[in-house]
Design a protein around this ligand. Structure first.
Ligand code: ADP
Ligand code: MG
Length: 656
């Protein structure tokens, strides 16, 4: 009864997960102190400007020659009066209101026209793009303020004409920015997909491109509105904008200029107001720009540290260094991602050893924690949100995670190197592969460019690239996928490592190229006696290459042992099912199996064995408490209560 109730409540919890709130825009904005300050000042100014009609202010246009040029703090006139005896405080509040309105209106007009031009030019390209952009260039050829003056001169002075002038002058900003982003977007796959699905250009622009361009528009608006307020104030200052008796901040400043020596307070107060307004808008604009970066709002790019944060529990039992200083020994490693309230146990109590010259295969479904394990070894998991909560990594008897940053950096790409899945993303697109190898070599040892180049060519030769000297001059996109991966391997070999960590290096390649790369890695390993941690989701690959294999599931190693022995008689039901997934060509007898169900989410791991919900053998005992690894044969272990039976069943099955 109780079991039923707990499982149903667990189900409820799974259905209504308490998502950690994405950091709200405001919180991100306020993380920037200056933006916070700007926001407070701006909010105060805007509130006063909006409330101007209901504030107990004097009529801003009521003249009183008897009271002209009263200093600030005079009775009834807090900020004094101007030349015609009008209340300065009231004029300032109304002037600010007008200036704000003008700035915002000009920004909206410029944004609307400029963004439309940019979107259309960037999306359609070709002649239309050329025609539109050259007209924009013509606008940009004149200094802004001169152009604005010329426009007002043609249209005649007046508030509305000043607004047009400022808006027109600012159109190029928007058009250029938005066009740039749109050009990049209009060849993206999702836009192509929309075209293939038969959408018209108009709809693609509005529903596919515009939402992606919107942040740029908002950012450009927030960073130009202050500038536009200044420009309209400038025109009014020159008497070309607002006409008396109406006054914006610029014209108050202009009027004050005439009495600057006798009554400096008029200009000073108007100047300070303009300064506060524009400054606060610019600070907020900068903050908005930072906060709108989607990578920042996910918290992912919150300045990842150079080394993963290590925070071991105080009472964690410290494993002693392994005997015989193997190439790599990992002991009870646990890496988590701590995102708000949620804890993702990506790597959970993982231990394994790789001896010198040995190849260990790390196998598991996608999401089982293989890559996080590989990255944890040299503290490469980004933190935040990654944290190493327990465990040690020993390399040749050296405690890697306790090394200083400099030593750790020297180790990366030096004695330990990585090969990743897709070489097209790890190679720099603009440098020749030779130059990139030279860079990898010179990052770790002093060598002249010429020496390093000779070594680079030798490395390319070593990974069996034909005509290596010529190929060194090639850019990554000029090579095939297999060639690129060879280059990546050459790069990993550049500093004669003792250990190579290869994270699915053949997953992006076709089978024939994969076979070549595997043969190459195997040859190199035997030639130079280096240790290899080979990560893959494919048992077939492991059987070709690895001496030992570790099977990973939901962050834990569920079985480990010599490849041959594990393949012949797996001790964990998961291993068994994983092996059954490998197709055998030409043997029509076995149907290709898929493992039913899905791996659990690592932030909601079930009690006991994480595989139990999918396991054909699971019993109630499997779902209670931690299942420790048990030794099932010489140098073999498995985390299964029924390991012995599973093994026996496998050998009997194959004998039958
Ligand atoms: P794989 O075995 O396919 O290489 P990974 O090691 O990449 O799997 O991922 C292991 C688990 O860690 C996955 O369940 C993934 O969801 C989780 N994970 C990886 N990176 C993050 C992150 N930045 N934040 C939260 N969870 C993450
Ligand atoms: Mg991976």
């Amino acid at each position: 009864m109780s079991a039923i109730s707990t499982s149903s409540s667990a189900g409820d919890a799974a259905r209504t997960p308490e998502r950690p709130k994405r950091r709200s825009f405001l919180r991100l904005l306020l993380r920037n102190r200056l933006a916070g300050l700007g926001l407070v000042v701006l909010a105060a100014i805007v509130a006063i400007a909006i409330l101007a009609p209901i504030l107990p202010l004097a009529d801003p246009n009521a003249t009183a020659p008897a009271n002209r040029l009263l200093p600030p703090l005079s009775e009834g006139h807090l900020l004094g009066t101007d030349e015609l005896g009008r209340d300065l405080l009231s004029r300032l509040v109304w002037g600010t209101r007008l200036s704000l309105f003008m700035g915002v209106a000009a920004t909206l007009v410029a944004a609307l026209l400029g963004s439309t031009i940019g979107l259309v030019a960037g999306y359609f390209g070709g002649r239309l793009d050329n025609a539109l952009m050259r007209s924009i260039d013509m606008l940009m050829a004149f200094p802004y303020i001169l152009l604005a003056l010329a426009i007002v001169a043609v249209l005649g002075p007046g508030l509305l004409n000043a607004l047009y002038a400022v808006a027109i002058v600012n159109i190029p900003f928007f058009a250029r920015n938005i066009r740039g982003v749109t050009v990049g977007l209009s060849h993206k796959d999702f836009v192509e997909a929309a075209r293939l699905s038969g959408m018209g250009h108009g709809r693609i622009l509005v529903s596919e491109v515009l939402p992606n361009v919107m942040p740029v528009i908002v950012i450009t608006m927030s960073t130009t509105v202050g500038w536009m307020i200044l420009e309209t104030a400038g025109l009014s200052f020159l008497g070309l904008g607002s006409q008396p008796p109406q006054a914006d901040l610029g014209s108050i400043l202009g009027e004050g200029r005439k009495v600057m020596l006798t009554a400096p307070h008029v200009t000073t107060i108007a100047g300070i107001t303009i300064f506060l307004l524009v400054m606060s808008i610019n600070l907020v604009g900068d903050g908005v720009r930072d906060a709108l970066d989607p990578r920042l709002s996910a918290g992912a790019l919150a300045r990842p540290a150079p080394v993963t944060r290590i925070a071991r529990a105080k009472n964690a039992d410290d494993a002693a260094p392994p005997e015989g200083s193997p190439a790599l020994a990992v002991r009870r490693l646990s890496t988590r991602f701590e995102v708000g309230e949620r804890i993702y146990r990506a790597v959970n109590d993982v231990s394994f050893t790789i001896r010198r010259g040995e190849c260990l295969g790390l196998v598991g479904e996608s999401g089982s924690g293989k890559s996080v394990t590989a990255l944890s070894l040299l503290g490469l998991v980004p933190s935040p949100p990654g944290v190493i909560r327990a465990g040690r990594v020993w390399r040749e008897g050296e405690d890697v995670l306790s090394l200083s940053r400099e030593k750790l950096r020297a180790l990366r790409g030096g004695r330990v190197s990585y090969i990743f899945q897709d070489p097209l993303t790890t190679l720099h697109p603009l440098f020749t592969v030779g130059d990139q190898l030279v860079e990898a070599i010179r990052a770790h040892r002093p060598a002249s460019h010429a020496e390093a180049w000779t070594q680079a060519v030798a490395l390319l030769d070593r990974v069996r690239i034909p005509a290596a000297a010529d190929r060194a001059e090639a850019l990554p996109h000029e090579l095939s996928g297999g060639m690129r991966q060879r280059v990546a391997i050459a790069m990993a070999l550049a500093n004669e490592p003792d250990l190579i960590i290869a994270d699915e290096p053949t997953t992006a390649l076709d089978v024939t190229v994969q076979a070549q790369i595997l043969a190459l890695l195997d040859e190199l390993r035997r030639e130079s006696g280096l240790a290899l941690l080979f990560i893959t989701h494919d048992f077939g690959v492991v059987s070709q290459l690895c001496d030992r294999v570790a099977v990973m599931y939901a962050g834990k190693i569920v079985e480990e042992g010599p490849t041959q022995a594990v393949l012949e008689a797996p001790a964990h039901p998961y291993t068994r099912l994983l092996i059954a997934c490998v197709p055998i060509l030409g043997s029509g007898k076995r149907a290709l199996d898929a493992i039913p169900g899905l791996p659990p989410a690592v932030d909601r791991l079930p009690d006991g064995c994480a595989f139990a919900p999918r396991c054909p053998r699971a019993t109630a005992a499997c779902k209670e408490g931690e299942i420790p690894p048990v030794s099932v044969a010489d140098r073999r272990s498995a985390r299964c209560l029924y390991a012995g039976e599973v093994m026996r069943a496998a050998t009997e099955g194959s004998a039958a």
